[in-house]
Design a protein around this ligand. Structure first.
Ligand code: SF4
Ligand code: SF4
Length: 519
């Protein structure tokens, strides 16, 4: 049995996972309308390649990537593009962004796609390109494009590939359901990853509160050399840095990446997306989403087409709530509330939580900090949440950065234990957004200053060049006049020369008239 290690801090919130695991994964169905945001994860938004009125087939690319950290989007089913317009997207700010709207036709007609069941015939670079073309993004966090994560510097050797199957956040069971039902796909996806990055070992970390999932994976992984490691149930063991420490006893340096210590971490749901893209030729057009909470008659895991409005999912799960009820994307610790049920499911939506008010009551008003230090005891990033809170209140950006604000994984453990009910993590999120905005503005003003200085230098250079050319012409005219023995004006300007000649003529005409007077 593999030794596992501890990370600092952590908490044990109520799990609330069993209610959504009573039935197998079910296909949620095809809603009448799909809303596909052009921006679904970190990186540049995709750019539409379809026109309003155009019929699209399932799996057809409908938007192309627009940069290195960007991915294409594909039609989740067949239908007609009816609009390209701003709609509310799943984001903590509740803002609107451009979306492609598809009126589905119910035929679910596929376009031909490319699959590579003998993927070993391809080079790792070709496989990475295939994953990029299939729009595969991380399914567990911010949705970083998988192809970018796999494109590591060739000088860096990845010793350990870690597949993150911890799913430590309360209520969420999407990965547990995948482990129970699709163990073979997970292992095949992990083997494709292993073929691409060639690590010395592949570990799949799973919290020990998922015995069925662990058994299923161990069965699927027999004879593959992939190690399924049961780790103690403790939130947030699923943080990338925390799981790496649990499995390897190595810490990712502050501000660094797992690759710095020879580790790569991928989400378990992502391995299934990789399997589907390579073996089945299926781009990322659906995902498993847990739909749970006491406002629902039948909490369960659904396979959901991307773009499905939450309203459709809620009705599938027997929603009994009213418009006053909170709807949370993600779990109760790291999730965020959405403004309405028209928001669509995107690549990163692992859970829709519809709790009753009793189940997840609004927090009482915050009181003053009593300096109890409990927040620091539970912080898995070994930060000083109390100090960060003070600095955030005072907008002291430099101090926040010096106290490693950006190492905060926003797990919410500090807020959860705080006896004064201070929403600490909200302060950190706002402070991070402020700092990022400040950096962007600084960068923009630096660019503007650079452009201004460049323009000034160009104008000065042109003036200097003009003067130099004029002087050269003047010198050339002088030299020419000297060579031809002329003592007329040195100016090469024809007007000046004409004036000089006129003056000379006038002087010549006046001279004879004055001579008699002087004689
Ligand atoms: S847990 Fe709350 S009250 Fe205690 S030190 Fe931290 S911020 Fe202050
Ligand atoms: S939210 Fe940030 S500061 Fe608070 S416990 Fe988690 S990592 Fe630490």
């Amino acid at each position: 049995m593999r030794t596992v290690f501890r990370f600092h801090g952590g908490i044990h919130p109520s799990e609330n996972k069993q209610q959504s695991l009573q039935t197998p994964i079910e296909f949620a169905g095809i809603p009448p309308e799909l809303v596909i945001p052009l921006s679904q994860h970190v990186g540049a938004p995709a750019s539409s390649v379809v026109a309003i009125g155009e019929r699209v087939l399932k799996g057809q690319m409908i938007a192309e990537s627009t940069g290195y950290i960007s991915l294409p989007l594909h039609a989740p089913t067949s239908g007609t593009i009816t609009a390209i317009e701003d709609r509310t997207i799943p984001h903590p700010s509740g803002y609107k962004a451009p979306c492609l709207i598809i009126a589905t036709d119910g035929e679910d007609e596929w376009q031909t796609t490319r699959c590579e069941p003998n993927y070993q015939d391809l080079t790792p670079a070709e496989l990475v390109q295939l994953l990029r073309d299939a729009g595969v993004a991380g399914m567990g966090g911010a949705g970083f494009p998988t192809a970018v994560k796999l494109s590591i510097n060739p000088d860096v050797h990845i010793e350990t590939l870690v597949i993150n199957g911890t799913e430590c956040e309360p209520y969420i069971t999407a990965d547990d359901a995948l482990m129970r039902e699709r163990g073979a796909q997970i292992i095949e996806g992990a083997r494709i990853l292993s073929y691409i990055i060639n690590p010395a070992r592949t570990l799949i970390g799973v919290e020990d509160n998922k015995p069925e999932g662990i058994a299923s994976l161990r069965y699927a992984a027999r004879d593959t050399g992939i190690d399924i490691v049961a780790v103690p149930t403790r939130y947030p063991s699923g943080g990338e840095k925390q799981l790496i420490e649990i499995l390897t006893n190595k810490q990712v340096p502050s501000g660094g990446l797992p690759a710095d210590i020879g580790v790569m971490c991928q989400n378990l749901g992502t391995t299934v997306a990789i399997h589907d893209a390579v073996i089945k030729g299926r781009p990322l057009i659906s995902r498993i989403t847990t739909v749970t909470g006491r406002s629902l008659d039948q909490p369960q895991n659904f396979e959901v087409l991307l773009g499905t409005p939450l309203r459709f999912l809620l009705s599938r799960a027997g929603y009994q709530g009213s418009t006053n009820n909170k709807l949370i994307i993600g779990g109760p610790m790291m999730g965020f509330t959405v403004p309405n049920a028209d928001v669509p499911v995107v690549k990163t939506c692992n859970c829709l939580l519809a709790p009753t008010e009793n189940e997840l009551p609004s927090p009482p008003p915050a009181k003053a900090c009593i300096r109890c230090g409990q927040c620091a005891e539970v912080c898995p990033a070994s930060l000083l949440p109390q100090q960060l809170f003070w600095f955030a209140q005072g907008n002291e950006h430099e101090k926040l950065e010096r106290h490693n604000l950006f190492d905060c994984i926003e797990c919410g453990s500090c807020s959860w234990v705080c006896p004064s009910h201070i929403p600490l993590v909200q302060y950190y999120r706002a402070a991070k957004a402020d700092i990022v905005l400040h950096r962007e503005n600084h960068l923009k003003s630096e660019h503007a200053r650079g452009r201004f200085e460049f323009r000034q230098a160009r104008i000065a250079r042109e003036v200097h060049e003009k003067q130099t050319r004029r002087e050269a012409r003047r010198q050339a005219a002088l030299a020419h006049n000297n060579d031809s023995g002329s003592i007329t004006s040195p100016s090469t300007d024809p007007v000046q020369a004409a004036i000089a000649r006129a003056k000379a003529r006038k002087a010549g005409q006046q001279k004879p008239r004055s001579e008699p007077e002087s004689s």
